[in-house]
Design a protein around this ligand. Structure first.
Ligand SMILES: *Cc1c(COP(=O)(O)O)cnc(C)c1O
Length: 409
């Protein structure tokens, strides 16, 4: 009998985006002339930087020639890309990360989702609430999260509440956890963790033999100088943290697919008899068995952002979205709404007026202004009473949407 992994049945249906689509569809059907603007999307809209296009075209030509053809690449990723990442994202910022500690992948979602495989099933995990759903769902599938309680929380998961009251900066729990997922700049709240907050987590991880899984997919969006781009800016982090990064939001690679993980040489996990094992070795073993590398063409495209010209083009792209973010923040404030984030991230998290629910406010935005956001409650219990808008739309749509809010609000 092909018995199934019943952990999958514990996953609550991902009704968030389906429910949004359903409500938008109905509204459009009832109001065929309404020009609906979607500010709920978490996908980029602007084209790839020219340096990436040029590099990918020339890489494609190499593959068309018998002298320069390439088949399977190294599972860990090509050295030309790993060297560039180590140099431009770490060494130039005074951080010690070696090319040998970098693993190229086809995106961060896979890495954030797969990393839990190298840890034992009885490890206790901590996640922020609200949160990017991948961290929790992959642990549920593995059977590490326990059962879903009536309050919408899994029995073996430690939830770290992030609300305006704590500046969306979670603090370590009283109990001992083994794996801690942190995301900064944060999706969905658009807020960041500062060095002092990260130091508290690094110290906690050291004291409790825990590992921090640090998702820095939006590092390129940080505009304030004192906000860490990497967890390795915090002293001691190399002993306790794995870092995830992606070209998706940095360079528009959401469809092109490229990301990477940093696992420091000395970062270890523990066996049941107390032996320390480098996590890097386990991850390499996992990748060589289950992954066959990111496309050569794509890795050449990604490497192209690490040049003076590439950096200018990436900055232009990020600036485009961050100008949208400012337009949204200013528009919401002018409409009398309280906002968070949007300064070091392409997400704006807003408090619903008069404490109405996330879904009620979603409906109000749709009906009165023809704007689609994402209800905060969909990201976790602490997201109730908030709504997420993204800066990934076009400038024109962003301006039109805010204009509607300010003039008819
Ligand atoms: C978009 C995003 C990623 C990156 O995903 P890719 O698979 O690299 O496209 C990772 N983490 C968070 C929180 C994200 O929002």
């Amino acid at each position: 009998m092909a018995r199934i992994n019943e952990n999958y049945l514990k996953l609550p249906g991902n009704y968030l985006f389906a429910e949004i689509a359903k409500r938008v569809k109905k509204f459009q059907a009832d109001n065929p002339n309404a020009k609906i603007i979607r500010l709920g999307i978490g996908d980029v809209t602007q084209p790839l930087p020219q340096v990436c296009i040029d590099a990918m075209i020339s890489a494609a030509k190499e593959l068309g020639n018998v002298e320069t053809f390439r088949g399977y690449g190294p599972e860990q990723g090509y050295e030309f890309l790993r060297e560039k990442i180590a140099e431009w994202n770490y060494k130039r910022r005074g951080l010690k990360v070696d090319a040998e500690e970098i693993f190229i992948s086809d995106g961060s979602k896979c890495d954030c989702g797969n990393i839990q495989e190298i840890f034992r099933l009885d490890c206790k995990i901590a996640i922020a609430d609200p949160v990017y759903p991948v961290y929790l769902d992959t642990n549920v599938m593995a059977g590490r999260a326990g059962d879903l309680n009536a309050d919408g929380k899994f029995s073996r998961v430690t939830y770290l509440p992030c609300t305006a009251a704590n500046n969306f900066s979670p603090t370590p729990p009283e109990n001992k956890v083994d794996l801690i997922y942190l995301c900064s700049p944060n999706n969905p709240t658009g807020t960041t963790l500062d060095k002092a907050a990260l130091k508290i987590w690094v110290d906690y991880a050291k004291k409790n033999d825990a590992v921090i899984l640090y998702d820095a997919a939006y590092a390129a969006y940080i505009t304030e100088e004192n906000i860490p781009r990497s967890i390795y800016e915090v002293e001691g982090a190399r002993d306790v943290a794995i870092e995830f990064r992606s070209f998706s939001k940095t360079a528009g690679f959401t469809g092109t697919r490229c990301g990477y993980v940093v696992i420091p040489e000395n970062l270890c996990g523990t066996t049941s008899d107390g032996k320390k094992i480098p996590l890097k070795n386990l991850w390499l073993r996992r990748q060589t068995t289950k992954f066959n590398g990111t496309a050569y063409i794509v890795q050449r495209g990604a490497a192209a952002i690490y040049s003076d010209e590439g950096q200018v083009q990436v900055k232009t792209l990020v600036d485009y979205y961050m100008t949208n973010a400012k337009i949204i923040r200013d528009g919401l404030s002018a409409a009398g709404l309280k906002t968070f984030g949007g300064i070091n991230a392409p997400y704006i998290w807003l408090k619903t007026p008069e404490n109405i629910s996330s879904w009620e406010f979603f409906d109000r935005l749709l009906k009165n202004f023809h704007i689609v956001g994402t209800p905060g409650a969909g990201f976790g219990p602490c997201g109730e009473g908030y709504l997420r808008l993204t800066a990934f739309g076009s400038r024109e749509n962003t301006l039109t949407a805010m204009n509607r809010l300010v003039t008819s609000g």
